[in-house]
Design a binder for this molecule. Structure first.
Ligand code: PEP
Ligand code: MG
Length: 315
């Protein structure tokens, strides 16, 4: 099956009934952009910008950042490229930004919380992105990490718009943001669900800690219920809901996420072919049936099985 997927022609993501599902790449450096485009990425759903800030004792200049953003955007002319503002903290500590004294860094000053405390860094990053976009044909979208309430999405979106970003949104990776997705969407142009952190925070299990690693499973029905909330809010608002956590790279789960309302899936480029092939085997009605079956389960393993059982032809 893997072989068949790899050899299948590269077409835009869609279900068997023609419903489009945008298939995007998660990237951590502009170096990987050309390969992702070759593998059929229809754009970028998550460009992690931490690489620019690692190994430095201060932030890179606007000019240094701009060069990297131009290199990225040039690989996707006419395509959507979602860049995430710097997500420092917990799993991605930065010497000059994070307080190493925090007892629970995953629950501390991270993501947008840090950027807000050091607004100059955020302003410079947004400025570099706007300048880079002007020199390329890509459609730049920018999103904030670790948004936990609507006031934060309003802060980020209005600052980004003020600095010239046309499309500004919020990641939904904290349960509070998922539960208030409707209000987050009132102040954001789009949302993108980060299933890695959403799982960590929903199950209260540190994603870096092996001893609680079994909780880090995005099939968990508690996580899926939060995704469903966001999907519903997206449909009501008419705004875009994407997924950019690892969950989107699991073909069977990708189907479920689409059934819950995701309009785009962003993943490691190596997973694009298999996810594309799997989506082509189901209609929206079937994806929704699998999603409903998974939602009713009581554990991640049971949700996986329920979705798979719902996929068997009835006889
Ligand atoms: C996520 O949390 O799902 C996500 C996409 O971001 P990161 O893995 O970089 O925290
Ligand atoms: Mg995250």
């Amino acid at each position: 099956e893997r072989r068949a997927a790899a050899n299948a022609p590269i077409t835009p993501g869609a279900l068997a009934d023609g419903t489009p599902v945008q298939l995007l790449a998660n990237l951590g450096s502009p170096k990987d952009a050309a390969k992702a485009a070759e593998l059929g990425a229809e754009g970028v759903g998550l460009f992690r910008t931490e690489f620019l800030f690692l190994d430095s004792s201060s932030a890179p200049t606007v000019q240094q950042q701009k060069e990297q953003y131009v290199a990225l955007l040039k690989a996707f002319p006419g395509k959507k490229v979602v860049v995430r503002a710097l997500d420092a903290g917990a799993d991605k500590p930065l010497a000059f930004l994070n307080d190493s004294e925090e007892e629970n860094p995953a629950l501390g000053l991270r993501g947008l919380r840090v950027l807000r405390a050091k607004e100059d860094i955020l302003r410079e990053q947004l400025t570099a992105l706007v300048e880079a976009a002007k020199e390329t044909e890509a459609k730049l979208w920018v999103m904030a990490p670790m948004v936990s309430e609507p006031e934060e999405s309003e802060y980020f979106t209005s600052l980004a718009h003020e600095l010239g970003v046309e499309v500004a949104g919020s990641m939904v990776e904290v349960p509070s943001a998922a539960l208030l997705a409707g209000q987050i969407l009132e102040t954001s142009d789009f949302v993108s669900i980060g299933t890695n952190d959403l799982t960590q925070y929903t199950l209260a299990a540190d994603r870096l800690l092996a001893s609680v690693g079994h909780f880090q499973d995005p099939w968990h029905p508690a996580v899926l219920r939060l995704v469903a909330e966001v999907g519903k809010a997206g449909a009501e608002s008419g705004k875009s809901v994407g997924i950019c956590g690892e969950a989107a790279a699991d073909p069977a789960l990708a189907v479920v996420l689409v059934g819950l309302g995701a309009k785009s899936l962003s993943m490691t480029p190596a997973a694009l072919a298999d996810v594309r092939a799997e989506l082509l085997t189901v209609t929206m009605e079937q994806a929704q049936a699998r999603a409903q079956a998974a939602l009713r389960a009581s554990s991640a393993a049971a949700a996986r099985e329920a979705a798979s059982a719902a996929a068997e032809p009835a006889n």
